[in-house]
Design a protein around this ligand. Structure first.
Ligand SMILES: C[S@@+](CC[C@H](N)C(=O)[O-])C[C@H]1O[C@@H](n2cnc3c(N)ncnc32)[C@H](O)[C@@H]1O
Length: 302
C-alpha cells in the first residue's frame, strides 16, 4: 500500500510535519515515566512473551554484538528492565545502565542480581535522555538507546540527540532505536481502523501524516502519547551534525506473518533458525527499513 515515505504521499516535507506536529508538542516526562512505572515487570517479558519480541531481540542483539567490544566504556539509556543490560554487560569493559523510570531501574537491578551480573554493572542511574547534564562531555565509547525512548520526546528530540552525542568520545558510537511509523501502521491497521470509528478520519489522517498520538489530535485512551517515526525523520535528526551513519536496520520484519504462523514456524527448529538468520539479513536491505516495528541507526560521532 505505502511505497516510500508517508510525507511524500501527503506531499508535505518532514520539516513542515515537524513544524505542524512534533515541534508543537511539548515533552512531558511524566507520561513515559508513569507508563513504564506501571508497566513494571511486563517490560522484562516484552521480548520473550511472543515471537515478534524474539525477532526484535535477535536483530538488536546482532547489532550490539557487532559494535560493542571488550575495551568499550558503555552507557545504556532507556534500558528498561534490563533485557539488553544482561547482554551488553558481558560484551564491554564497563557499563552504566539508566532509565527515566525508577521502577524500571529497580527491576533492572533485581534482574542483574538474580542473574549474578550485578557486580559487573558500574552504576544504575535515573536519567532522562533529553538532559544528561550529570554526565561530562566525551565520556563514553558507546551509547545504546534502543526500544523507543526517543519516541516520547516530541519538541526535545533534537536535545536528546545532541545530549547523547555530547557524552560520546569522538569516534564513539550511538546505537539508537525508534518505533517505526509505517511498520506499526501496517501491523496494527485493524486497530487504527477501530480507532477511526472513535476518533474520526481527521485524527486518522493526522496519525498517518505525523506518526503522533497526542491529547489534541489523537487522544488514545491509555494516554500513551508518542511520536512514531519514519527513516526520513531519523535522517533529519542527524542532518548537519558531525556524524557518520554507519548502519541502518529495520527490526521485526517477519511480524507481518502474524503470531500464529510464527509459533508454528518455531515448532520446526531448523525452519525457525533459518527465519531468524534471514530476519537479521533482510532487515539490512534499504527497501525494508521502514517496514518493521523498529528502526535502528548506528551513528559514529566524528
Ligand atoms: C520499550 S522500553 C525499552 C527498554 C530496552 N531498551 C529494550 O529495548 O528492551 C522503553 C524504555 O524507555 C524509557 N524511557 C522513556 N522515555 C525516556 C527518556 N526520556 N529518557 C530515558 N528513558 C526513557 C522507559 O522508561 C522504558 O523503560
Amino acid at each position: 500500500m505505502i511505497d516510500g515515505d508517508i510525507s511524500d504521499i501527503f506531499h508535505v516535507s518532514t520539516a513542515s510535519i515537524n513544524n505542524l506536529g512534533v515541534m508543537n508538542m511539548k515533552y512531558n516526562p511524566e507520561i513515559p515515566r508513569a507508563h513504564y512505572d506501571q508497566y513494571g515487570n511486563n517490560e522484562w517479558e516484552r521480548l520473550e512473551k511472543d515471537r515478534l519480541g524474539e525477532l526484535l531481540y535477535h536483530v538488536h542483539l546482532d547489532i550490539l554484538k557487532r559494535y560493542i567490544s571488550n575495551s568499550d566504556v558503555v552507557i545504556e539509556l532507556g534500558a528498561g528492565a534490563g533485557r539488553f543490560t544482561k547482554d551488553i554487560v558481558t560484551m564491554c569493559k564497563s557499563l552504566v545502565t539508566s532509565d527515566l523510570s525508577p521502577i524500571q531501574i529497580e527491576i533492572n537491578k533485581r534482574k542483574m542480581e538474580e542473574l549474578g551480573l550485578i557486580h559487573k554493572v558500574k552504576n544504575f542511574m535515573i536519567l532522562d535522555i533529553s538532559n544528561l547534564e550529570d554526565i561530562e562531555d566525551h565520556t563514553y565509547d558507546i551509547a545504546v538507546c534502543i526500544g523507543g525512548s526517543i519516541n516520547y520526546l516530541f519538541d526535545k528530540e533534537e536535545n536528546a540527540i545532541n545530549e547523547m552525542l555530547r557524552i560520546l568520545k569522538s569516534g564513539g558510537k550511538l546505537i539508537l532505536g525508534s518505533m517505526s511509523l509505517i511498520g506499526a501502521l501496517m501491523y496494527y491497521l485493524n486497530g487504527v481502523l477501530y480507532e477511526k470509528g472513535m476518533l474520526g478520519i481527521d485524527a486518522t489522517e493526522w496519525l498517518f501524516t505525523t506518526g503522533i498520538q497526542d491529547e489534541e489530535h489523537y487522544p488514545v485512551e491509555n494516554k500513551h502519547y508518542a511520536h512514531m517515526m519514519t527513516s526520513k525523520e531519523l535522517d533529519a535528526l542527524f542532518e548537519g551534525k558531525q556524524v557518520k551513519i554507519l548502519e541502518k536496520s529495520s527490526a521485526g520484519l517477519f511480524m507481518h506473518s502474524q503470531e500464529e504462523t510464527l509459533c508454528s514456524a518455531k515448532q520446526d527448529q531448523e525452519f525457525w533458525e533459518l527465519l531468524i538468520k534471514k530476519e537479521v539479513e533482510f532487515t539490512k536491505l534499504p527497501g525494508t527499513l521502514d517496514c518493521g516495528m523498529n528502526i535502528i541507526y548506528v551513528i559514529e560521532k566524528l
